[in-house]
Design a protein around this ligand. Structure first.
Ligand code: BGC
Length: 413
């Protein structure tokens, strides 16, 4: 073989393997705190010799990312891994496009380091097809202590009555009481905390996990919408379309007093150098102190023909489950580690509260899946429920009409 041919042949081989050693990862972590967290994973993969191809699709809650993913899978060009969670993992499994990563799970003893409720969700027909990243709690309220102080609010509200008294005082002091972004998933995020606070965990489970018509049409659900309608009165008029992290920024810079948001909001406070207990406060949403709405991020692996790409998937799964990554990532992200064996030492008071409340709620039946974040019902049902909530937030729809529409939406499959 002539040298030129050899060079050509070798460069082709290298070109092939360089491409094969890429891991292309679809995610929607694009805000300040989220991007910092994702960077930790990119770094670990780079250190292991993989080229990270970032497939980031902006849009909180991940709706845009899911649309992009569908387009790619349909065109036969699936990414290596994608940020998918909850029942959607089963939906993708049924399409026959997910890869088996039992090898990584066995080597890493996932069965023993993960809670069974989590590992069950990561499997399709008994085989691991996804790897969990963290546990986010959704039923939080975040606040700026300076704004509260100025308004004469001396503690975080623990009941809805206390909440509305605090909100009135903040409004009177000239600040915005509730920072919110008018996007359907954010509306649903607030709604589910209101539902949990007003109705309790049993009611929540009946209505949003079992989709029980009697709970969905109950007077309690009317009360939930009444309460949400009242919350609406404390949101500023420019909220339409606002991204969640910009709403968090309003709390950070003292423009607003409080925000209902999952603890990815803590990632924003942390990225801005803020300290919990001093610069910001965290508390369970009113009436939900004994409950815990969980939201577990995970990456599903998509079938790859190339053996190198399959190796990349195993490496990615191993990296995600490593205690080192679980610690760095979750410190930045605001969530807590999903696996056992990660030291609590570096975590702040809000994270420790999340860990303790999660353990307590799992014993008392207060642990519920977030339906706003794709943990409770299949995506078509979730979409229909969220549409009703968004319509309620953006119109003068009555609570009774909202209840009727919600109960109908719950039948969507
Ligand atoms: C995800 C979080 C993400 C948030 C905002 C949630 O559904 O679980 O990881 O930070 O949406 O995009």
């Amino acid at each position: 073989m002539k040298l030129k041919q050899i060079i050509l042949a070798t460069s082709l081989v290298f070109a092939g393997s360089a491409f094969a050693a890429d891991v292309e990862v679809l995610h929607y972590w694009t805000s300040g705190g989220e991007a910092k967290s994702a960077a930790a994973l990119k770094q670990i993969m780079k250190d292991e010799g993989y080229d990270w191809k970032d497939f980031a699709v902006a849009g909180g809650g991940g709706e845009n990312a899911m649309t992009a993913l569908k387009a790619r899978v349909i065109s036969g060009n699936s990414p290596t891994a994608a940020q998918i969670k909850g029942p959607s993992i089963q939906e993708w499994g049924q399409e026959g496009v997910l890869a088996n990563i039992d090898e990584a799970a066995k080597a890493g003893q996932w069965d023993s380091v993960l809670p069974k409720v989590v590992s069950d969700v990561m499997r399709y027909k008994g085989h691991y097809v996804a790897v969990p990243v963290n546990v986010h709690r959704v039923n939080w309220i975040w606040a700026n202590p300076q704004v509260l102080k100025k308004a004469g609010v001396d503690k975080m509200p623990t009941t809805w009555d206390e909440f509305f008294i605090a909100a009135d005082k903040i409004k009177k002091s000239g600040a915005i009481a509730v920072a919110h972004g008018g996007q359907p998933w954010q509306d649903a995020t607030v709604f589910e905390s209101v539902a949990l606070g007003v109705g309790g965990a049993d009611f929540y489970n009946k209505a949003f996990v079992k989709l029980d018509q009697s709970a969905l049409t109950s007077p309690t659900m009317v009360k939930v919408f009444d309460t949400l309608g009242k919350v609406k009165g404390y949101i500023d008029k420019d909220a339409a379309g606002r991204d969640w992290n910009l709403a968090t920024a309003m709390v950070i810079n003292g423009k607003a007093g409080m925000q209902f948001m999952g603890d990815w909001a803590k990632g924003e406070f942390a990225a801005a150098g803020k300290v919990p207990g001093k610069d910001y406060l965290c508390a369970a949403a009113p009436g939900t102190a004994k409950a815990y709405t969980f939201n577990i991020d995970s990456f599903a692996m998509f079938k790859q023909k190339d053996a190198e790409a399959q190796k990349g998937q195993v490496a990615l799964a191993n990296a995600i489950m490593s205690p080192k990554f679980q610690s760095i990532f979750n410190l930045n992200k605001g969530s807590i580690p999903v696996r056992s064996g990660v030291s609590r030492d570096k975590f702040d008071d809000c994270a420790i509260k999340s860990m303790d409340d999660l353990a307590a709620a799992s014993k008392t039946g207060g642990l519920v899946p977030s339906f706003a974040h794709g943990m409770a019902v299949q995506s078509s049902t979730q979409g229909a429920l969220v549409d009703v909530i968004a319509k309620f937030m953006n119109s003068d729809m009555s609570s009774k009409d909202a209840v009727t529409a919600l109960a109908k939406a719950a039948k969507t499959r």
